[in-house]
Design a protein around this ligand. Structure first.
Ligand SMILES: Cc1ncc(COP(=O)(O)O)c(C=O)c1O
Length: 474
């Protein structure tokens, strides 16, 4: 139990993996098992000093010290998954190692088959595509709205989903990314009503939105709007450690939970990190606690403060909700007149020691996180004010390169057939007119520039500045 004091009352927040790890730490055994660094004794002393002896002592895997197992879920791990399911309003929650990537791969492997048509947005994350390469399913591309001035993808409209379902009666699933990386929110409620009308499951890649369930000022989570399953990267915004995520199956979901679990078992390591699993348990417990709720309120207040201050600036702007779409207030996408997003990012980094989440052609993304203080935000505002009043200019080589892939693909072969076809590697200068044999989707944001089976055109070239050679179909 984690004790949290609120108004003189002590509230017990359960965190079973955290408690089991604590017990194991306090009752050490003589270890003759993996991991072979044995509490850090077998590693580089500098590394041990850097991350701490305690961290290396709790770096263990399942099976030992009554910590339970991940596949099948037993003991504290099972209990922690059940608590997470309750907290997120799911019928079943799976803890994921290898991020939401593992969740998307498991969904594709278990719910889609060779030749099946899956309706998905072109700006989906590359893990959705990798999943389809594995299963052999074929994407039917929804092209979301484009916000040209901002250089980003916008919302997916319910009308476009319905039109696709009408045109393709063999489509077997709808898989939508919501929100976008920059926080643009689609109307999932209407999309889910349409999916039910056409009797196809709706999967929502909510990798960037695990906080929505914990504050009513944030958009409504897809599990409450009729989605069948969602992934959440708790490590992105929820406070868990890098790589740790969750996959939730909705209460009334029409999908096969056992099949998803079997796919996850195949995909996951057989030596799951208890530190990562413990961090998921801790993140969920924190978000449910009064302390976590306050942190989230602070993150929202900080984002509002930042947006208010940007409103007063002359040359810097932030993306706001508009007619037809909402935004997640904690994701502040900004742009500055006369500067590319990449240039603005490098100014913040070099001149002000600020690292932002990501930058693309037109703007950059600032996350107002659970852990950011008001002082952090005040410093950022001060730096933006300085930039607003200065005469920074763009740098040519940054202007020549494009970062946010926003092209409509020309498909020549199926994804999987192309991926497994004989290929050759040719100089980029000879690639126009050839069919791509590889996935080109730089992270962030992990959105495809080119996929196997797509025609390479001159419009792709600004996105391929860093490539000398391209793999194409022979
Ligand atoms: C929309 C979306 N889905 C899935 C992922 C994969 O998440 P993870 O890094 O947790 O594997 C990302 C990563 O950026 C993403 O942006």
């Amino acid at each position: 139990m984690t004790n949290v004091t609120k108004n003189d009352k002590t509230i017990k927040i359960k965190a079973p993996i955290v408690e089991a790890l604590k017990k194991a730490y306090e009752n050490p055994t003589y270890q003759f098992h993996i991991p072979g660094h044995t509490k850090g004794n077998g590693t580089l002393p500098e590394f041990k000093k850097l991350i701490g002896a305690k961290a290396l002592t709790v770096d263990t895997t399942d099976e030992f010290d009554n910590l339970g197992t991940l596949h099948p879920a037993t003991g504290p791990i099972k209990e922690a998954q059940e608590l997470a399911a309750k907290a997120f309003g799911a019928k079943k929650t799976f803890f994921l190692l290898n991020g939401s990537t593992a969740g998307n791969l498991a969904i594709a492997m278990s719910l889609t088959q060779k030749g099946q048509k899956i309706i998905t947005n072109r700006n989906c994350h590359r893990s959705v595509l990798t999943g389809m390469i594995i299963s052999g399913a074929e994407p039917l591309w929804l092209i979301p709205n484009r916000f040209v001035e901002w250089g980003i993808w916008g919302n997916v409209t319910p009308e476009s989903v319905e039109q696709m379902l009408k045109m393709h009666d063999d489509a077997s699933m709808v898989w939508i990314t919501n929100p976008t990386y920059e926080g643009v929110v689609s109307d999932i409620k209407s999309i889910s009503i349409i999916c039910k009308k056409y009797k196809v499951p709706l999967i929502v890649d909510e990798a960037h939105a695990c906080l929505w369930n914990f504050n009513s000022h944030l958009p409504t989570p897809a599990l409450q709007l009729g989605a069948d399953a969602v992934v959440h990267s708790l490590h992105k915004t929820g406070g868990s450690m890098s790589q740790s995520s969750m996959l939730h199956i909705a209460e009334n979901s029409m999908i096969d939970v056992d099949a998803v679990e079997k796919a996850l078992k195949l995909l996951h390591t057989t030596s799951p990190s208890l530190m990562l699993l413990g961090s998921l348990d801790a993140a969920r417990a924190n978000l449910e606690s009064p302390r976590g709720k306050k942190q989230l309120e602070r993150a929202i207040a900080n984002a509002k403060f930042l947006r208010r201050e940007i409103d007063k600036m002359e040359h810097i702007h932030h993306l706001k909700p508009d007619f037809g779409y909402k935004t997640d207030i904690t994701k502040v996408f900004i742009r500055a007149d006369g500067l590319s997003g990449k240039r603005l990012e490098s100014i913040l980094e070099i001149d002000f020691n600020i690292e932002v989440e990501s930058a693309s052609d037109a703007g950059l993304l600032i996350l107002s996180n659970l852990g950011n203080t008001r002082a952090d935000m005040q410093y950022l505002v001060k730096c933006l004010q300085t930039i607003d009043k200065s005469h920074y200019s763009d740098i040519c080589h940054l202007e020549n390169k494009k970062h946010m892939p926003m092209l409509t693909p020309i498909i020549k072969m199926s994804l999987r057939d192309a991926f497994y076809s004989p290929k050759e590697t040719i100089p980029k200068s000879q690639a126009i007119g050839r069919i791509s044999g590889e996935v080109i989707a730089e992270c962030p944001p992990g959105i495809a520039v080119l996929l196997p089976g797509e025609l390479i055109t001159k419009e792709h070239m600004p996105y391929l500045v860093d490539y000398d050679f391209i793999e194409v179909i022979k």
